[in-house]
Write a protein that binds this ligand. Sequence first.
Ligand code: 26Q
Length: 755
Amino acid sequence: MIHLESKAQEEFQKSLATCTNQEIYQLLLQLIQNRSKHLAKNHSKRKLYYVSAEFLIGKLLTNNLLNLGLYEEVKEELASYGKSLLEVEEAEQEPSLGNGGLGRLAACFLDSITTLGLNGDGVGLNYHFGLFQQVFENNKQNYQPDEWLSEPNWLTKSERSFEIPFGKFTLTSTLYDIEVIGYHQETRNQLRLFDLESVTSDIIEEGTIHFDKTNIKENLTLFLYPDDSDRNGNLLRIYQQYFMVSNAAQLALAEAMERGSHLHDLIDYVVVQINDTHPAFIIPEFARLLTAVHGMDFEEAVYITRNIVAFTNHTILAEALEKWPLGDIQEVVPEIAGVIEKLDKKIKEEFPQQPHVHIIDKNNIVHMARLAIHYGFSTNGVSKLHTEILKENELKDFYEIYPDEFSNKTNGITFRRWLMAANPELSCFLDEKNGTAWHKNGDLSALLTYQEDTEVLNKLYNIKREKKEQLKNHLERTQAISINENSIIDVQIKRIHEYKRQQMLALYIIHKYMAIKKGQIPQTPITIIYGGKAASAYTIAQDIIHLILTLSELIEKDEAVRPHLQVVFVEDYNVSEAEYLIPAADISEQISLASKEASGTGNMKFMLNGALTIATLDGANVEIAELVGEENIYTFGRSSEDIVYLYEVDGYDPRYYYEKETIQPLVDFIVSDEMLQLGSEENLSRLYHDIKNKDYFMALIDLEEFISAKEKVYEDYENQVIWQKKSLTNIAKAGFFSADRTIADYNADIWHLED
Ligand code: 26Q
């Protein structure tokens, strides 16, 4: 028994019944922290360090209670005092220590690593401000600082501290830990977040997200780089990265020595997975520490480093591959610049005729992915298609040099958060039908036996209905948005990027708006919901947000259209919003330009919650389509081969598509009188000209096929028996996308940790 009531008396001298949700949150946080202290730390010899600039962990209360097996008990005790656990959860602020997919993946991985009983910690930075909070004003995105570090929180200060030697000064780090609790698991791991005592929010300009970027001692861990592939490289980011990896490397060495390593055998003790290239400076840092601090000779240090670091690539967008001027690295950490030059020299000696594999190019630019591939022992992509493209195109030269070091590890998601916590209704139903083994092994395939069972199909319909009502209430309460719970819920939630083609869905909305105006009324009303933030320096992405918000207003104000079509842009989309949106969705929009989305993980979360996917054959969509079969997914659009070819020969001219009579009116509508009356001429016409003349990510190339595919999806929705059967198949086949499977694969092929 937990006896929250006596804890309330002890802590606040009053009954649970009169505690505020904030007070109850505090009690539960203490309870969880006490319980987790009793879980053993994993002391296996070999340990994984998952180093990442982002950990988008989301709220922890519900997940931790669930993983500790306390959720039901706590919920019931609270209810008996008239309190709701759901409302208590709202007292917790979400730590937004990540931009998007890569950060959320790291968080899912920590859950699975721990659940599988593996010895592995996450290592990153304790940003004082997470990703900016998005507020809409005049149909545009605005920014507010996200100060998440209020008391109480999940951090505990550790005794560890390291000296980080920058060129101009040495800084002393502090370390905060967050306990990572696995699902029904006796051992725990930690998320280790490094910080600096001298960092202060005093240097932020009042009410903005601007601060003095040169004042490193005061700003180093102040902000998460508010940037997702929008490459405004600057010195601060190098400072952050080096601070992160020097701490991570020193921690790994210190702990290995505590477990008995004499460093010459470090390979047996440590494996480091770097989440994209953001932590790639850990390679020269290991070489520096092993030689300059621990007296090893350079060749041995390089050999050891090369056998402990493994690299995951998350992008094939050339512009998102990290490159730093050597001069910038020299300015921040001259010693590391020196090590990189030595590492590069070896490569130049080995491959004199292949400038494309040199780490430092002829313009003195350091290519971080090249550093990671040459001096790591493993390179992996995050979906089958993505890995193939890496091997055949983007990283072909490297694949030819190191064919055995490349592998695929298709991403996954934790079913504990994305099904058990976010959709307890569906989760309990699956327990009833399939038993509970899927909580750990992810296998939901037994559900397939109910394909023809109308009672089961009916139940799935009712659960979706309930989740739509919960979403409706949530949006009403938190955003003053009213949606129709009887409508088709069609959702695109992800960072705003041209390659993800939110603008293509907007062009479809224009098409639908025009059709309704002409009297073609959808049988069931449609609600299209967007969510996502745009990097502050990414102008076209801001324009896309403006287009969607303006369209939303136009439709809202049109009494003839409003009953049939609604466009909603959820403000400040984050993990917690996703937990409401995904279980309520009928349709999952995964419409990136083929070859550009490395994997996607939202696609998996929707599938697991029974949404049907409309998708291009990109990233993990390809694997979803293979698993469910073509009758259970709506695919459309050009293939990745076609697109890769078009880029190679510069063979795309948007004018050709623009001039089609089906397309021109849709694009022109962006700058129509109706739109200009509500929206900003500057934003709308910039986007209009961009789509018409550049359209770098080819929104127009698939538009006609997309429109047909969407009409087919809406038509199919009308037969709910068939629809729910497809939905059931999607749920039943989602097991492959459990992050436990992904982590088991990483461990079998790359990490080799004991379990
Ligand atoms: C690069 C240079 C300078 C500054 C910032 C960056 C930067 C920051 C963040 C580049 C990329 C990111 C984030 C990338 C990301 O989230 N990628 C997504 O990773 C997911 C997990 O593998 C995939 O599912 C998505 O397909 C991929 O887009």
